[in-house]
Ligand binder design. Structure first.
Ligand SMILES: Nc1ncnc2c1ncn2[C@@H]1O[C@H](COP(=O)(O)OP(=O)(O)O)[C@@H](O)[C@H]1O
Ligand SMILES: [Mg+2]
Length: 387
């Protein structure tokens, strides 16, 4: 079944928005202005209490603003009925709020049902959305209590996407998930977003998540004041002030590594050998490891150079390949893997799982040091890359 990934996305604009809750002196949001272009992910990031959730709830009119204007697709939301507006906005929150008495398929079908779609169309939409968020079709029959936290969040994302909304609001959507599954959900959402290209406002208090998820980041400080709005790279390279510099952390050089992926790196060449083939020791490059590959250049094992031998390489003498990493991963991922596995080059694999090259600590070192004044960040992080 072809997956209807939807095409619509609308720009969102905050224009001098202020929100003061009744009975409070200080504003929760103060004169907030920024534009999210259609199809981009804007991350709102800042410490707890800085007004992120308030900003989101203003957009779908769960609360009303004290001053200013919010425009979706160039039109002010003030004259819209909140119920209509919410059907056009996908909303994902931390504890996703699935209806416990409805199965997964019916949870996903909530908004389509409100829109009066017929049963057949709702069922097929639920099925394609399950596929889109990487869940098996059978899961549609389960109830929320029978799912893991990560699965529930996927269903939450599917439900928010059900009516193909031009705008998605995601308030700390992965905040309650353990780090490994959070990383997986982030990656899945980024992959999904490349297909669906929605306008997304994504809230987090975690700058690392913001750097990873955002096309742009809006950094807020207490009182809902916008301190800086720019691309992650620009913010890391040039924090607007002390607050931002402290918020993004002393290790911003390292964080920029998260923005460079292995495709952008000049990888070292890998000596590959087909099973049963002979290779002359003189042709082995650099790190003394030869990778045994199948006919498609997919790795099946590896061997260390044996200078005394010029014999045919056989699978029997090879060991399993050491740590490998997909070429779409970032230099930061590569560095973490090196830290947890062993400091040795990692085998980089392309999208089909074929050998693409080696990435070594030297390349990571070089990438960090290309940033002026950033080598200090590496030292500050206590990592000796020259070791
Ligand atoms: N319903 C409310 N009534 C009064 N004050 C509120 C209400 N909701 C939030 N606030 C206050 O508004 C500020 C921003 O809150 P919030 O938007 O939830 O921040 P964040 O999501 O960034 O943690 C905080 O000082 C919070 O105490
Ligand atoms: Mg919040």
């Amino acid at each position: 079944m072809p997956v209807d990934t939807g095409k619509t996305a609308a720009p969102l604009e905050f224009r001098n928005v202020t929100k003061r809750y009744e009975g409070t002196d200080a504003a929760a949001i103060k004169d907030l202005s920024f534009v999210v272009p259609a199809g981009e992910v804007c991350v709102l990031v800042g410490p707890s209490g800085c007004g992120k959730t308030t900003a989101m709830r203003l957009v779908n009119r769960m609360i009303d603003m004290t001053g200013g204007e919010i425009l979706i697709d160039g039109k002010s939301i003030s004259g819209r009925s909140p119920a209509d507006l919410r059907r056009e906005i996908g909303y994902v929150i931390q504890h996703v709020g699935l209806f416990p008495h409805l199965n997964v398929a019916n949870n996903i079908g909530t908004v389509p049902r409100l829109l009066g779609w017929d049963r057949k169309r709702i069922a097929s939409r639920s099925a394609e959305l399950l596929e889109l968020v990487g869940l098996p079709a059978e899961m549609g029959k389960r109830y929320p209590s029978q799912l893991s936290g990560g699965q529930r969040q996927r269903v939450g994302v599917a439900r928010a996407l059900a009516a193909d909304p031009p705008l998605m609001l995601m308030d700390e959507p992965f905040g309650a998930i353990d780090p490994i599954n959070r990383d997986r959900l982030q990656n899945e959402f980024l992959r999904l977003q490349r297909e669906i290209k929605k306008t997304v406002v994504f809230v987090t208090h975690d700058i690392d998540e913001g750097i990873k998820m955002g096309d742009r980041i809006a950094i807020l400080r207490e009182g809902g004041e916008l301190v800086q709005y720019d691309t992650p790279d620009a913010i890391l390279a040039n924090p607007a002030d002390e607050f931002v510099a402290r918020f993004v952390g002393a290790d911003r050089g390292l964080k920029r590594l998260a923005l460079t992926n292995l495709e952008q790196v000049d990888l070292d060449e890998v000596t590959c050998v087909r099973e049963g083939e002979t290779i002359s020791p003189g042709t082995w490059v650099d790190n003394d490891i030869v990778v045994v590959v199948d006919g498609e250049r997919k790795p099946i094992g590896e061997m260390t150079r044996d200078v005394s031998s010029d014999s045919a390489v056989t699978l029997g003498s090879a060991r399993p390949v050491g740590a490998s990493i997909p070429i779409t991963a970032s230099l930061r991922d590569a560095l973490s893997l090196m830290m947890t596995e062993s400091i040795r080059p990692l085998l980089v694999l392309d999208g089909e799982g074929r050998v693409a090259g080696w990435v070594s600590i030297d390349q990571i070192n070089k990438a960090v040091r290309q940033v002026p004044n950033e080598s200090a960040a590496i030292d500050a992080a206590g990592i000796d890359l020259d070791k």
